[in-house]
Design a protein around this ligand. Structure first.
Ligand code: F3S
Length: 396
């Protein structure tokens, strides 16, 4: 792999130990995946922020990097959700010991120069790359959103490799950075009988497609339109269950005219969507309701406030959201309505990365991705339904 003179020096340690370590990671990845060179990036999204996932070994690694590592100038560098609300963690029942460790993790990221905006929807809060920009993101739903909805270019990075990109301003030139790997591989025909109305329906669609095709660039035909919220739910679901990092959706995402003609095709019919709903629904009575996976938009908070107005929740009810969107929602009065109803805005975190194992038995959610993590990491049973149904389950 070709390295410029300056990159050689970075690799040799002339710009410090953190840059050296980061270059070693990027060069190793480049060699494994056959990259010809490194390229400059403009934005990173770093996953692996929750102490729940990092543990002491991860914290030690960050502390080491923070001794002399700093995010390169001109790079927008944001963080994925942490294991707790960084201000109101007590309200979410997070143990003190965990909170102390989580704050050490955040301090290390702060020293490294990352913006402490812990969210999986960075594109709602200013980390929104332009079409064609090369970036290094490591949150699977955000990766799918960046490639497919924003038209930017990123591989599915891991936490360490995206952090390495932040500290060097580089990534290896392979995979979805290259035109030839961005051509559609499988045509997905959505049958005319398929009704896609809610955010949950788009999550079910992602799940249904993933049962038929995995790890391919998709060309999806037959959807008349899709909102930002529906697209973010689809991204989360198709990335989680199908490993999708890039899709084209006719009439809804950019560049679909130049996506190429796929050789293979699959069909999705009404019964496929029903089977996904059946798969994601267990027979259980929810004791925990969580929406905002990926983190809620302002429009979703407005909707939740309208559904909760004048009501009281009887179950633990979390709405995961970024802090800037919560503040915007507060200025419009939505937060007061939601909190008066007894629901909780879970800022900076979510039900998948917070330490919740053993606290609940049955999660109700409108996110197919949340079902995956609720079942897998936390051992919950799941109920998968629309936002309206989730609110009904929370207040009954
Ligand atoms: Fe975001 Fe957590 Fe869902 S990181 S995509 S809210 S599992």
């Amino acid at each position: 792999m070709y390295l410029t003179k300056r990159e050689e020096k970075m690799l040799a340690g002339e710009e410090g130990r953190a840059v050296k370590k980061s270059m070693e990671i990027l060069v190793a990845l480049g060699r494994i995946f056959g990259a010809d060179k490194l390229i400059d990036i403009s934005s990173v999204q770093v996953a692996g922020v929750s102490y729940h996932n990092l543990g002491d070994a991860g914290l030690e690694y960050l502390n080491e990097l923070a001794k002399d590592g700093r995010v390169k100038n001109n790079i927008t560098a944001t963080l994925n959700p942490a294991g707790m609300d960084l201000k109101d963690w007590k309200k979410l029942g997070i143990p003190d010991r965990f909170a102390a460790k989580q704050m050490q993790v955040i301090d290390s990221f702060r020293k490294l120069g990352l913006e402490i905006t812990c969210t999986c929807t960075p594109y709602f809060i200013g980390n929104k790359p332009k079409p064609g920009e090369h970036i290094a993101w490591s949150e699977s739903s955000a990766v799918a959103y960046a490639n497919s909805v924003l038209g930017a270019r990123t591989n599915r990075e891991g936490g360490p490799s995206s952090l390495a990109s932040a500290l060097t301003g580089k990534t290896a030139n392979y995979g979805l950075h290259l035109d030839e790997n961005r051509k559609a591989e499988v045509l997905v025909n959505i049958g005319s009988g398929v009704e896609l109305r809610t955010v949950a329906d788009f999550g079910a669609l992602g799940h249904a497609i993933s049962r038929k095709v995995k790890n391919k660039v998709l060309y999806i035909k037959g959807i008349k339109k899709a909102s930002v919220e529906q697209l973010k739910a689809f991204c989360a679901s198709t990335a989680t269950y199908g490993g999708t990092a890039l899709f084209y959706m006719e009439n809804a995402t950019p560049e679909y005219e130049s996506a190429g003609v796929p050789k293979d095709n699959v069909a999705i019919e009404k019964r496929d969507i029903k089977e996904s709903y059946d798969f994601l629904n267990d027979d259980c009575e929810p004791d925990f309701v969580s929406v905002g996976c990926p983190h809620a938009s302002l429009k979703e908070l407005e909707k939740i406030a309208s559904l909760l107005k004048g009501k009281k929740v009887k179950k633990e009810f979390w709405i995961a959201v970024s802090r800037p969107i919560k503040e915007l929602a507060a200025s419009k009065g939505y937060v007061k309505v939601i909190e008066d109803a007894g629901a909780k805005l879970a800022c900076d975190t979510c039900m998948a990365v917070a330490p919740l194992k053993g606290r609940f038995r049955c999660l109700a959610t409108n996110s197919a991705k949340a079902c995956y993590y609720g079942r897998g990491a936390n051992g919950f049973k799941t109920r998968f339904c629309s936002l309206e149904e989730c609110v009904k389950l929370a207040v009954r």
